[in-house]
Design a protein around this ligand. Sequence first.
Ligand SMILES: [Zn+2]
Length: 397
Amino acid sequence: MAHDEVNVRSAPKLDSEIISVISQNDSYPILEEKSNWIQIELNDGQTGWVMSKLIKKSEEADSDDNSMTTSDPVLKDKRVGTVGVSTLYVRSSASQQAPIIATLKRNYIITITNERNGWYEIDFNGQTGWVGSQYIINENSEPGSTQETIIIHDDTNIRSEPTTTSLIVKRAKNGEVFPISAKKDNWYEITLANGTSAYVASWVVQTSNQAISNMDSGSVQHKTIVIDAGHGGYDSGTIGTQGTLEKSLTLKTAKLLEKKLKDAGANVYMTRDDNFFVSLQSRVAISHQWHADAFISIHFDSFTNSSVRGNTAYYYSTIKDQKLAADIQSEIEKQSSLPSRGVLFGDYFVLRENKQPAALFELGYLSHPQEEAIVSTNDYHERVTEAILSGLEDYFN
Ligand SMILES: [Zn+2]
C-alpha cells in the first residue's frame, strides 16, 4: 500500500484536523521537526504537520535548504493501539459503506499500518482491514513501551504455548508486570525477564490499558440498570412508513443493550423481554423494586412531517435525570449515524413518576422513510447500544 496521499494536519497529533492532503513526490520546505512529526510550508503559505515516517527528506548537498518529499510506503516503526469500544467493526476499506470483515472486542491489540481520512488500516490476527481511528486508544509507537500485562492473582500460570494444556514455565505473583509482544486468540504473548517468550491467558490478567481506563472512566460493574423497551403486546407504538413496528425495534435494541451491560458486569432487569403489554405503572414499579441506578427507556419516534429526523434524549428532573440523559446522548451523538436533536425536557410518565435516575431515548424517526431503514439495521442497533454503554460508563465515573 503506497502512501500516494499524505494527510497534512493542523498540529503534530493524529487526532488534529486534516487541513490538506499532499501527493507523492511533492516537495515542501521543512520548518520544524518534533518527535515523529515534521512541520512543512504548503504552496499557499499555510503551515501544517505530517508524520515524518511518511516522507523523505531531500539530500541536496549544495544546499542547506531543507525540504521533503512524500516517500513510499512502509511505516518503519509500526504503531500499536487498543480497541476502545466493546465492539469494533473492521471493514474491507476506509468507508462506512465498506463490508464488515470482522468484529474486534474491547482491549484487543492491533497494529496500525496506514492512515487515511479518519481511518486506520490495521493488522489483526494475520488479516488487514480498516477501522475508524476514533475507536482506537492508547496508541503507541515506541517499541518497549507497548502494552504490559499485570498479574492480578498469585500463582498465575505462564505457559509455553497459548493453550491451557501446554507446559507451565513459571507461576507469576500478583503485581508482576510483563511486556506484551502479541495477542493470539485469548492469550497474550509476553516476554519474560530472561528474554524468552511465554503465554498467559488474557482472562486472568489485566493490561496496563485496562488499569488506566479503569481509572479514568467509570464502570457499570455491579450497577443496577433497568432497561425499558417501549410499548409491547397490543400497543405496537408508532408504525413506520414501511410497516416497521416500534415495539419490535425497542425490544431488539433493549435485548442487545441487556447483553452488553451484562457482559460489562451490570445487574440488568428488563421491564419486558418479549412481545407483551406492560403498563407504565408497572415499568416504574420495576425501577423502584430494584432500586435502579439508571432506568433507560427506549423508543422510536414519529411525526406528521416525514422530513423530521434524528435522535433525542429526554429527562424530567434536572437534578435526578438530566446528567444521565446528557452523558448518554453525547455518546449517541458521536456513535450513531443520525443527527442529534439534543437533550430535552420530557413530561413522560416513566420519567416523571420514577424515583430513580431515568432517561428516555427516541432513537430515530420511523416516519422518515430513509431513517426507518437505517434504524432497522443491526449496525444501528450496535452503535446505539454501544453508545448507551459508554454513556453509562461516563455517567458512573
Ligand atoms: Zn414510543
